[in-house]
Design a protein around this ligand. Structure first.
Ligand SMILES: [Zn+2]
Ligand SMILES: [Zn+2]
Length: 537
């Protein structure tokens, strides 16, 4: 989340507090905080993550809490609630027109418009100019902006980890199966479904409606229902008689194109039965995206992963020490873990210099003595500088076991320039893997313009792997890009980029994303033993 976005949300919060007649001091405090964030020279999200937000002027404990919520969840719940109460579509339209929330509501009130649509109609009828303070020039600007207003945007999906938690909890409570986008491990989940088996659907629907996550049923039928969560996310419940449960599960899992290609679906109590009756091998849900009736490959599994090659510690912006991370990785059954803290150019958080890295090496050596035969590797997440150079001297990189190269700033650089920059970094003989290649944040920042085809060529020439980053808001490479990379002959690495012990769990998201890209274990570097990692080139 960039500073501008954080500042916008703080500003919106101030306006909402103002509108709801909150204490003027807090309104001013949030406005000032928004200004501070907007002017900050470093990414505030990273400061927040490392618990240092209060180093910024005017950020006290209360605002820090809201910042943390915003950075961690992507939203301030109280703000979202206020916006819903206070004419959200008007405020949304106002935001699009560049008006603050308060000004939008004032204007709407003056136009006697209660919805965005009424606002548009009033504007189209030429009534804007009747509002005090709106001159012909402002009116023309607003009308012009309205004429360019895009189609209302599709509702955004939930991040995979949150969707899995939500749907998984309901499925567990109802003794059913999580299906839909969650079961296919889509990076952004819109179709949330739980499938249950029961002869009488009514008690299941009753139990579904009574789930704490479901605030209301918006549809109720003979064999299912649709409920909504407090955030307005719809969740579907499908209840099938036990003898047809498998059929219902296949139908509630695959994309429409996939399911259509299998129709007519035979009736069976489980999925295996459905596929058997179709005379097809069972298909992993991750591959049920497009029409497919063939023999699926042996996809890589979580159990085949032997180590994690990208994580952070308290040396940069992680929350756990080298030894804590190593111990946790060892307890997961891994053989190795590469510590890849940041370098100084990342800007926000502490980055390690060559000297720091040598001091860190001592800590790693000590932890390795304790944890042997488990092995902590000396790694780095080295920033790629604007000129394609790396943020550490070659002799420092040469000492390391594992070097990730990353673009953190300049994701909006034009295609040619960005591609040249990354290409130059991949040519450095010490670089082993390109981190989060497309630089996206799901639902927040689009993919960068990097020419992947070119990157695949260079990666292949240089023996560099591409990362499948398992952070739930990154999942980068995406499944589609994994498939392209593998098609080009490039190897991938499934990593968590974890900043805490808990973050190591995200390996399942990285592996699922690789599976969506049809990856088999042979193509995933970190399914190999330690020697293969160390003697890669
Ligand atoms: Zn990174
Ligand atoms: Zn990282």
């Amino acid at each position: 989340m960039d500073n501008a976005r954080i500042a916008d949300r703080l500003e919106a919060f101030a306006s909402m507090l103002d509108l709801s007649d909150a204490n003027p001091h807090s309104v001013r405090a949030y406005r000032r905080a928004a200004e501070t964030v907007r002017g900050a020279g470093m990414p505030v999200a990273d400061l927040v993550r490392s618990g240092r937000a209060r180093e910024l002027r005017g950020i006290g404990r209360g605002i820090e809490g809201k910042l943390r919520e915003l950075v961690e969840t992507g939203e301030i719940a109280e703000l979202a609630e206020l916006e819903r109460e206070l004419a959200p579509d008007l405020i949304g339209l106002g935001r699009y027109l560049g008006l603050g929330a308060k000004r939008s509501l004032e204007l709407a009130r003056a136009l006697d418009a209660r919805t965005a649509q009424e606002f548009r109609e009033a504007a189209a009828a030429g009534r804007l100019r009747t509002v005090a303070g709106i001159g012909p020039k402002t009116e023309a600007q607003l009308l012009e902006a309205l004429s360019r207003e895009p189609e209302p945007r599709a509702r955004r999906g939930l991040l995979l980890n949150r969707a899995r938690e939500l749907v998984g909890a309901i499925a567990a409570a109802l003794d059913g199966e999580a299906a839909g986008d969650v079961r296919r491990w889509r990076d952004s989940c819109e179709w949330l479904v739980v499938v249950c088996a029961a002869t009488d659907p009514r008690p299941v629907i009753g139990a579904f409606a009574a789930q704490p996550q479901i605030v209301a049923l918006i549809e109720e039928g003979e064999s299912g229902a649709v409920g909504v969560t407090v955030e307005g996310t719809p969740i579907e419940l499908v209840v099938a008689p036990p003898q047809r449960f498998g059929t219902a599960l296949v139908r509630a899992t695959g994309s429409p194109a996939y399911v259509e290609a299998l129709e007519p679906l035979p009736e069976a109590p489980d999925e295996e039965g459905v596929f058997r009756a179709l005379d097809l091998p069972w298909c992993p849900p991750e591959l049920r995206e497009e029409a497919f009736r063939g023999e699926p490959p042996e996809l890589v599994t979580l159990e085949e992963i032997r180590g994690d090659l990208h994580c952070h510690t308290t040396w940069s912006d992680g929350r756990a020490s080298v030894e804590e991370m190593g111990r946790a990785a060892s307890e997961r059954g891994y053989e190795y873990l590469a510590i890849c803290d940041h370098t100084p150019a990342v800007g926000v958080v502490t980055g390690l210099s060559a000297d720091d890295l040598r001091r860190q090496a001592e800590e790693i050596a000590a932890a390795n003595e304790v944890l042997a035969p488990f092995r902590i590797l000396r790694g780095i997440e080295c920033d790629i500088l604007p000129d394609g150079g790396l943020d550490l001297p070659d002799d420092a990189l040469a000492e390391l076991d594992w070097v990730q190269a990353s673009v953190h700033r300049g994701q909006r650089t034009p295609r040619r320039e960005l591609t040249k920059r990354v290409e130059a970094a991949l040519r450095n003989p010490h670089v082993r893997c390109l981190s989060h290649p497309k630089g996206r944040y799901i639902n927040r920042r689009a993919e960068n313009a990097l020419d992947l085809e070119r990157v695949f060529e260079v990666a292949l020439e240089e023996g560099v792997a591409l990362e499948v980053n398992g952070l739930p808001d990154r999942l980068d490479l995406s499944g589609e890009h994994v498939r392209e990379a593998l098609g080009a002959g490039v190897e991938i690495v499934c990593s968590t980029d974890s900043h805490s012990v808990r973050g190591l769990q995200n390996m399942e998201l990285a592996v699922a994303t690789a599976r969506r890209g049809w990856a088999t274990a042979e193509r995933v570097l970190n399914t190999r033993p330690l020697e293969a990692i160390l003697n890669h080139r």
